[in-house]
Design a binder for this molecule. Sequence first.
Ligand code: ADP
Ligand code: MG
Length: 708
Amino acid sequence: MYLRELAIPLEKIKIKGIGSASIGALTKAGIHTVEALLRRYPRDWEDRSRIVPLRDYSRQQVCTTVKVLAHDWFGFGRMRTLKVHVEDESGRAVLVCFQRPFLEKQLIPGKQYRLWGNFSFKYGEIQATAFEVEPCDSSGSFFGKILPVYPLSAGLSQSLLRRFVRHVLDQYASGIESEIPEAIIQRDGLLPKSEAINAIHFPASQTELEAARKTLIYEELFFLEVMVGKRALERRSGQLSGGQLPVAVMGDSDFSPLQKRLIERLPFSLTAGQKEAAAEINRDMNGQWPMARLLQGDVGSGKTLVSFLAALLSIEQGGQAAIMAPTELLARQHAENAARLLEPIGVRPAFLTGNIKAAGRSQLLKRLASGDIDMVIGTHALFSKDVVYKNLRLVVVDEQHRFGVTQRQAITAKGDHPDLLMMSATPIPRTLAFTVFGDLDVSVIRDLPPGRKPVKTHLTKQSNENKVYDFIRKELAAGRQAYFVYPLIEAGDSYLKDAETMAENLGKKIFPQYKTALIHSRLDDEQKRQTMEAFRSGGIRILTATSVVEVGVDVPNASCMVICHAERFGLSALHQLRGRVGRGADQSYCFLIYSEPPPDPADIFSGGLSEDGKTRLKVMLENNDGFVIAEEDLKLRGPGQIAGTEQSGFLSLGIADPLRDIKVLEQARTDAFTMLENDPGLLQPEHLRVAAAIGPDGSFAGGQRVLV
Ligand code: ADP
Ligand code: MG
């Protein structure tokens, strides 16, 4: 049987001493079945197979056999604490038994025990407060072994998990079959799945542990790449989006007539990166297969315009284009740009969000269904049930990392294999793009429109914020505008500043001569629209905001971005926020104001900036390039956390790390793609187990779901 078939509920497993409370704690941690329990891989292992005598306490955890010498006590009453003096061949030490007076009866002077613990030199002796002991003759001992260390959550303990997993392994492990092709297991010297799963939890030696890790890492990456490969094949076999014009229309300049009309009307010329991306998109859209392209370009590189060019091509060919943005604010901005740029050349754009009211909406939907609208721009509303397109030929997903897989699928399902263009300013590091978007074509805009000066970034302590205000005052006097971003919408009981209070302060006290406004996600859309409009037109000079202004907002006259409590924001948010300025010809500035959180009385080690917080600020100070920042983000947070991969369910890897395991990944990719090319239906006997693992609908049948 396969591991994924062990869907046996944990309540069915009876183990002495493990009751419903423990099962409840496991369930809470998302572990409902035997399969899930066995997939709860250890985060580390403790090697108790090697003796580490007391003498070596300062270098590693002690693992030795000791004789109990004597007991003594310190403290009074309920605080009375037992001290047990022990010795091994290398020296003597003391076990301080906080809250464990019962050890008096268990640790009998003169007898031998196995001891495992963390010792340090304190009060003139070698002491341990965290230790485990057991009589030398106990059965089922964990000593002499390499032990798993599991990630814990409330109500779970290492010993509970160890016992539970051990029991389940004894019952089921031997029957678990491998899912990867036998030939690969042989070729790479991998372990059969039954041995790998046993050894990842309870390895007999370091060598066996390594082999188990290698096997399971390969397996995860292999299936990941099988999924990527399958999608690539499906897309290649997808239908043509019908009636395309031959490449001949492209002419010398690579642009279609309608595209040329737009380009001629622009007050600037396209950057080299934009031209190149547009040409690649044109080639795809005129090509054999539906396009699936990811357009990456740093904030401000002008991706919107490239997507408009793509839309023009599909419209010219008789189709409709849909541009989907994650926020109403951004969708509206795109719609306004479309109206301004495209209506004059005869395109009929429309704007659709969840807030468009009944009458207007039904009118709009009718026109969309009849083909009277060429291009619709909006939010998630674009794939609502009642939205019908006449001939949806291009789907653009802006800020694609903000959308989940199912949402992207829902919008493309509105057409018959439409071309898909995904855009992101949060660049996915190359290494990860390779894994996750393995079947996508990628265009990258590397340059920014000419005349842009890199944003100057300053790091300021909160106590010096007046200097920042003085600076901003000068910028305002010179006619510029500024954003102030706060981590909270309204005042709470934390030390953090909030947008509401600060909007008051900025407007009334700090910059009374300038018009200020507040924007955050809880305002209604009409209010947001008016505020943005007033900020764009310059009526409002200072916009106090939360991270709602993070994506897409484009107001070239704004030259200052002040981010308060910058230490609280993630790297990608900081980069996006900074990208709101530097969009015009003026020098722009970003101020990262940080404050050291006060210590929490309950935790003497708290307070001050966290190490990660410091690193993030440093990265922002030293880098302007979104790709570099994304790579740093990846290092700090790990691949599972990268914007657009986790919440979209891109990766759900338990043990593999595509960055660390890049070599294995490349091998797995070659293996998976070769297999699929030779046997697309996975019908050959040696591939049947692979076919069974990915299930009939192409998603994993087992717990390791990789939905891309
Ligand atoms: P992003 O890639 O971050 O989505 P936008 O599409 O919002 O960038 O473009 C940022 C700004 O740059 C917009 O104001 C846009 O009009 C302007 N822009 C786009 N392309 C060019 C260009 N080739 N030259 C000058 N300005 C440009
Ligand atoms: Mg954009």
